[in-house]
Design a protein around this ligand. Sequence first.
Ligand code: ZN
Length: 310
Amino acid sequence: MNDYLVKAYAFDGMVRIYGAATTNLVEQARIYQGTWPAATAALGRTLTASVIMGAMYKGDISLTVRIDGNGPIGGIVVTANAVGEVRGYVGNPEVHASTDSGKLAVGYVVGKDGFMNVTKDLKIRDIFTSSSALQTGEIGDDFAYYFVMSEQIPSSVGLGVLVNDDNSVLAAGGFILQLMPGALGKPLLVDKIEANIKAMKPVSELIRNGYTPEMIIEEITQGDHTIVETMPVKYACDCGREKFARGLKSLGKKELDEMIMDGKTIETVCHFCNKKYQFSLDDLKQLSLESQSVDQENPKNDEKDQEHDN
Ligand code: ZN
């Protein structure tokens, strides 16, 4: 099955539901990052929820989700846009733990003491960041809590990632259900939705059994929905030499001149896709010249790109 996402309205438009199949993009992330199974699950759940969250927007927007718990994974960073592209990495990919029942111990490797931050870059100079406390580190609960606390949208989030014996990804996917404002005055409807979700098997079990996003949505609504949009989703990195050049430039002339004095060439590596970019001494000299004029024009420089890509 190719990766894709489905958006539906249910119960007379009172509820919107997104379902996603993300096996290939999570496997791509695992290959790039070299994650061990519990880390693959933590990153995969975050990639799945983030690519759905991106699809809630239109136009040229990017959002960055950072999950910083106190577990051994050492943080998760994922960026997504409105056209189904997502990428991410974790602080320490080589972590693994299982629960007593043999499940991947996502909550443990993420750690529940910490925060989830979401930064929305609307590309019109406005950048919004909101933050909420982690609930369990299981990712699904943490996203649901974020939607309620930061966006005032009651939500239910189900995410699943299953890993094969050889550590590759067997299946990944999930759903996000959100109550529209009209649903809040309808306690019977809310009860019914809660009962449907409670009666459902966990998402990881559904995807193990080959459920498509449409079938997951069907399971939640018992058929009372209309699909309004289907779009492909994928792992995609938009890094480029120019971004890393900006990052180097933002170090400032003094630091660049020290590198030039050392006579070393610089190799930068993209966290998201492992692509390498080389900068020769001549490149560094040129950047040093440019950074001199940048320092004068704009002492603050472009911190955002540096943080994301270096
Ligand atoms: Zn990249």
